[in-house]
Design a protein around this ligand. Structure first.
Ligand code: UDP
Ligand code: MG
Length: 310
C-alpha cells in the first residue's frame, strides 16, 4: 500500500462521497495504491449512513470506515484513523474539500522523490480569514515559540503527508491531550513546507468557533510548555528582592510603615517562590505522565553489510 488517507468527518454528509471519490480518481489514475480511513466522529447529520453507503459501493478494500460512539474531537479522530492505516505514507486531509486531493498528490510525489524528508506539510502564506483571527493566530505562534523548545511554524496546517516511520513515531506518543501541530514538530524528522491555498468548504460550516480555537491554543501552550508553572518563581524572587530592599531601607531610616511593607512583600515573595518550586515538581510529574518516548530512532544500521569492511 503506497498511501493511506486519514479523514476525520464530523457532520460532513454532503462531502464524504466527493472527497473519497476525488482521491480515488486522482490516485488510481497515477496507479498509486491507496486506502482511505474515514472516521465518523459522532456526526449527527447522517454522515454515518452516507459512509456506510459509500463502503457498500466500493467493496475493494480501499475504504475503511470507523464510527465513534459520540463526538470525541478531531484529534481523537486523527489518532484513530492513523492506527488503522497500513500505507507506506500517510496523508491527513479534511473531509470538506478545503484541502484539495490534487495538492495531496503533489505532496506525496515530493515525499517519495526527496530522500531526506519524512513529512511534507501544506502551508498558507497568507490566510483567507478576518483580520482579528489572523492577528490572534500570529500572537499565538509568537507566544508559543517564545516559551517552548518545540518549533511551531506559522501557517503550517495539519494537511500533511508523512512517511511510515514518522507515523509510527506519532503513534508512539501516548498522551491523552493531543495537539497535532505539536506532535508533528516534537517527533522531529525533516519537514518540507509546500505552499497551498485553502479552498472554500464544499458544504456545511466550520466546526471551529473562536472560543473552541482559543481553548485549542491553550491546549498547545500547556501541552508543550511548563513555563506557566514557573511564573510564580520569577514573581516570587522579584517580590522578595523588592521586599528586602524596602525592609533594609525602612530599618535604616526608622520608617515603620516601610519596614512593615518590606516584611509583607518578603513573606509574600517567599510564599510565591514556594508555590513555584512546587510547580517545578508538578511539571515533572506532568511531563512524566505524558509518557512520551524518551527518544525516537530515525534509522538503525546494524548487522553485516557487504560494504568495504574487508
Ligand atoms: N472534525 C472532526 N471532529 C470535530 C470537528 C471537526 O472530525 O469535532 C473534522 C471535520 O469534519 C473536518 C476537519 O475536522 O474534516 C476540519 O474541521 P473544520 O472544517 O470544521 O475546520 P476548519 O477547516 O474550519 O479549520
Ligand atoms: Mg474545513
Amino acid at each position: 500500500m503506497d498511501i493511506s488517507f486519514v479523514i476525520p468527518c464530523y457532520n460532513e454528509k454532503d462531502n464524504v462521497r466527493v472527497v473519497y471519490e476525488t482521491i480515488r480518481k486522482i490516485f488510481s489514475e497515477k496507479q498509486i495504491s491507496f486506502e482511505a480511513v474515514m472516521v465518523n466522529d459522532g456526526s449527527k447529520d447522517g454522515t454515518e449512513k452516507e459512509l456506510k453507503k459509500l463502503y457498500a459501493d466500493y467493496p475493494d478494500g480501499t475504504l475503511k470506515v470507523v464510527s465513534f460512539s459520540r463526538n470525541f474531537g478531531k484529534e481523537a479522530a486523527i489518532l484513530c484513523g492513523l492506527k488503522h492505516t497500513t500505507g507506506d505514507a500517510v496523508c491527513f486531509i479534511d473531509a470538506d474539500m478545503q484541502q484539495r486531493p490534487e495538492v495531496a498528490l503533489a505532496m506525496y510525489e515530493k515525499l517519495i522523490s526527496t530522500e531526506d524528508i519524512d513529512c511534507v506539510a501544506a502551508y498558507q502564506k497568507s490566510r483567507k480569514e478576518n483580520f482579528l483571527l489572523s492577528f490572534f493566530k500570529k500572537c499565538f505562534y509568537f507566544f508559543i515559540n517564545l516559551i517552548t523548545t518545540t518549533r511551531f511554524t506559522p501557517g503550517a496546517s495539519d494537511f500533511r503527508v508523512i512517511s511510515r516511520r514518522m507515523a509510527n513515531a506519532i503513534l508512539s506518543m501516548q498522551e491523552y491531550f493531543r495537539f497535532s501541530k505539536g506532535l508533528f514538530s516534537w517527533v522531529g524528522f525533516e519537514t518540507y513546507f509546500m505552499e497551498y491555498t485553502v479552498e472554500e468548504r464544499l458544504s456545511g460550516s466550520s466546526k471551529w468557533s473562536f472560543w473552541k480555537l482559543f481553548k485549542y491554543a491553550l491546549e498547545g501552550i500547556i501541552g508543550y510548555s511548563t513555563v506557566p508553572l514557573s511564573i510564580s518563581n520569577v514573581l516570587g524572587i522579584l517580590l522578595m528582592l523588592g521586599g528586602l530592599g524596602l525592609l533594609i531601607a525602612g530599618l535604616i531610616i526608622s520608617d515603620t510603615v516601610m519596614t512593615i511593607l518590606g516584611v509583607v512583600l518578603l513573606v509574600g515573595g517567599l510564599i510565591l517562590l514556594m508555590i513555584g518550586i512546587t510547580g517545578m515538581y508538578i511539571s515533572r510529574i506532568y511531563l512524566q505522565g505524558k509518557n512520551r518516548p524518551i527518544y525516537i530512532e530515525k534509522d538503525v544500521l546494524e548487522g553485516e553489510t557487504d560494504g568495504c569492511s574487508r
